[in-house]
Design a protein around this ligand. Structure first.
Ligand code: FAD
Ligand code: SF4
Length: 465
């Protein structure tokens, strides 16, 4: 297709078709379709190749965005797929779950007045379509080095690291306590944002590249960390952030109060078919209140809607603009009927020995100080009770590094994250141990975990060369 420099004027920004709300809330299907090839070429052709691609800089893995958009416009799909993988070991995942409005698309030159290029949707199209047509990463020129590396954690950080090791001819052995790969991609993020078939395809691709998965294997319980250190040339730790932030709310131990992640994991397993519904709270016909304003709370409210809750409310202590999650997810939740209560601080969960009756909240005001600092202040006399039959607490997560790391001389930061040395690209105080993802950053994003896993994998390959 010939480049038309003014295509962005003639063709408006278009996102892939969305399932109608009435249909999507009845099931777990991803709510966005993919692009068809002509539509992908048309949308990719809106890129004006501005010469100073802020989108690339804002993208945490620094994808070669304008270059693969051009390849899509020209119909050179397999080249686009190979290029996308040069910077991003999981492009089809990031295309689906990145908060693009805060990252690449938020910094697209066209965002101001014309509508950003639909970068995420094109990235997803490239890999979905290339895989569908049989494309696979080409490792035919890679010679095995005879080295092996243990990767602990099959989340995005561990998978990105394993991908880079395989491309360097190093045998990656990935250990995970869960029965499937993906970490939070499989067991946290619900299927309506990320279809689990996408992860199954990625698993097959990685296995085809020579990565070996040891699933249902918890390091420190089923296999000793010392044994991995003994048997491998290096170890990567990508164990995530699983310590729940405790709001210490009076009443949080009542029956009917649920922690966000076990709730999402139980539902994820039920949808995957690896567990039955027993671990899942009964929400059908109930009034559900979710506390917190991040990605996790957004996933909880939308899951509660699909489990048939009569009403779903979200309580957040700051204003809407301060919410850390993606704007797109807030819109999706609103469309699905979720009620948002901003500037409300939960004070206590009310009820009795049999369960929950409501959440006592107080109104807050945000006061903005110097620079970007701000504080929320409770407004006297503004308390009220939001009626509820079930409450889900989603106040976030902190890193939870396993105890055995310290025994091997790996230092932690004051707030409990694994301390890494940037000059050694995610190497730790122990020369043989590298780390990345939420275990290093604290709870963050898929794409930042991918970046750190990629960097660590390449650093390990250099160290073992
Ligand atoms: P994880 O994905 O947590 O993977 C760590 C893995 O290590 C797990 O599989 C765990 O089982 C394994 N593990 C831990 N200890 C051991 C051990 N001792 N032995 C063996 N295995 C072990 N980010 C986005 O960009 N977009 C989103 O839409 C989004 N939605 C989210 C929704 C929810 C509900 C949550 C909780 C997070 C969301 N995030 C989102 C954040 C994102 O999922 C994480 O930042 C990302 O998954 C971190 O990757 P990771 O590889 O560091 O850790
Ligand atoms: Fe945008 Fe995320 Fe893809 Fe980077 S990885 S181009 S931020 S969707």
């Amino acid at each position: 297709m010939q480049k038309n420099a003014f295509q962005f004027l003639e063709i408006p920004r278009q996102t892939p078709r969305e399932l109608p709300v009435a249909v999507r809330v009845l099931g777990w299907r991803e709510i966005y379709d993919g692009f068809e090839p002509p539509q992908a070429a048309e949308q990719a052709g809106r890129c004006i190749e501005c010469g100073n691609p802020y989108c690339e800089w804002k993208c945490p893995v620094h994808n070669y965005i304008p270059n693969w958009l051009k390849l899509v416009r020209e119909g050179r799909l397999f080249e686009a797929a190979a290029l996308a993988h040069e910077t991003n070991p999981l492009p089809e995942v990031c295309g689906r779950v990145c908060p693009q409005d805060r990252l690449c698309e938020g910094d697209c030159t066209l965002e101001d007045g014309f509508g950003a290029v639909t970068i995420g949707a094109v990235e997803k199209y490239i890999v979905d379509e290339a895989f569908r047509q049989g494309w696979r990463p080409d490792l035919s020129g890679v010679a095995p080095t005879g080295k092996t590396v243990a990767v602990i954690g099959a989340g995005p950080a561990g998978l990105a690291c394993a991908d880079r090791l395989a491309r360097a001819g190093i045998a990656a052995h990935v250990y995970d306590r869960y029965e499937e790969i993906g970490g939070l991609l499989t067991f946290g993020i619900p299927p309506f944002k990320l279809d689990k078939a996408v992860i199954a395809t990625r698993r097959a691709v990685l296995e085809h590249m020579g990565v070996v998965f040891h699933l249902g294997t918890e390091v420190g319980r089923d296999v000793e960390f010392a044994a991995l250190m003994r048997d491998h040339d290096a170890v990567f730790v990508g164990t995530g952030a699983y310590a729940e932030v405790d709001g210490r709310l009076p009443g949080q131990d009542r029956p009917g109060v649920h922690a966000a992640l076990p709730f999402l994991v139980a539902n994820g397993r039920r949808v995957l078919g690896t567990a039955d519904a027993a671990a899942l709270p009964e929400l059908a016909g109930r009034r559900v209140v979710v506390l917190g304003g991040g990605d996790t709370s957004m996933d909880c409210v939308r899951t509660a809607v699909r489990l048939g809750a009569a009403e779903v409310h979200l309580v957040y202590r700051r204003e809407e603009a301060a919410m850390p999650g993606s704007r797109r997810e807030v819109k999706n939740a609103r469309d699905e009927g979720v009620h948002f209560h901003f500037n409300r601080q939960p004070l206590a969960i009310e009820g009795d020995a049999d369960g929950v009756t409501g959440v006592r909240v107080v109104e807050t005001q945000t006061s903005h100080g110097a620079g970007r600092s701000s504080a929320t202040v409770a407004m006297e006399g503004s308390e009220s009770v939001l009626a509820a039959d079930a409450v889900i607490i989603a106040f976030g997560f902190r890193a939870s590094p396993p105890a055995w790391l310290a025994e091997h001389g790996v230092a932690l930061t004051a707030d409990g994250r694994i301390d890494t040395d940037q000059s050694r690209r995610f190497g730790t105080a122990h020369a043989k141990i590298f780390a990345g993802g939420d275990a290093v950053r604290g709870a963050d994003l898929v794409v930042t975990a991918v970046f750190e896993g990629r960097e660590a994998g390449e650093a390990i390959a250099r160290a073992l060369a």
